[in-house]
Design a protein around this ligand. Structure first.
Ligand SMILES: [Zn+2]
Length: 166
């Protein structure tokens, strides 16, 4: 039997456990609308980033210990805040959850930037811009994330778009 091996993007060890790979979706903006803020056309591509099982478990630990803790603390904080302002009602769980999702995203990214490497001994899960396939797409003008049509200009159209400069 032949087993194809890849190099783990996070630690350079060889691995073939595809189910542990990290998946990221890239976006290529093909064309913008003439009306600012209206729709644009895009293409997306899923990139599978090789990750060994050891890096996979470190990333899972970070999610459990850091992201989940931030989320729960933020939830409790927001709930207490809303209850203090408005009084008890289950409806308040909705804004509490929404605010907590946003604050978890921001604080978790900040943690990745400064502490994940130090405390979990692994490059952050989202530290993937140097991965060759992603670097290649970025050079062609692809985006790391889907953008709101409000923030799109002609300059965001990818270098390989057939609509470019038309
Ligand atoms: Zn690894």
């Amino acid at each position: 039997m032949e087993i194809e091996m890849d190099k783990c993007h996070y630690c350079d060890k060889y691995t073939s456990e595809k189910q542990k790979y990290y998946e990221h979706t890239m976006y290529e903006i093909l064309n913008t609308s003439l009306i600012p803020g209206a729709n644009y056309t895009y293409r997306e591509k899923k990139i599978s980033i090789p990750r060994c099982s050891s890096c996979y478990s470190k990333h899972s630990n970070k999610s459990i210990y850091v992201d989940l803790s931030i989320f729960l603390l933020s939830m409790i904080g927001m709930y207490i805040f809303f209850e203090h302002m408005i009084g008890f009602t289950f409806i308040l769980l909705i804004p509490s959850i929404l605010v907590s999702m946003v604050s978890t995203y921001i604080l978790s990214s900040a943690f990745d930037l400064f502490f994940t490497d130090k405390y979990f001994k692994v490059k952050a899960e989202t530290d993937i811009e140097e991965y060759i396939e992603i670097r290649t797409l970025l050079n062609l003008g692809w985006k790391m994330n889907k953008k709101s049509s409000l923030n799109i200009t002609e300059k965001d159209i990818s270098k390989t778009s057939p609509y470019r400069g038309k």
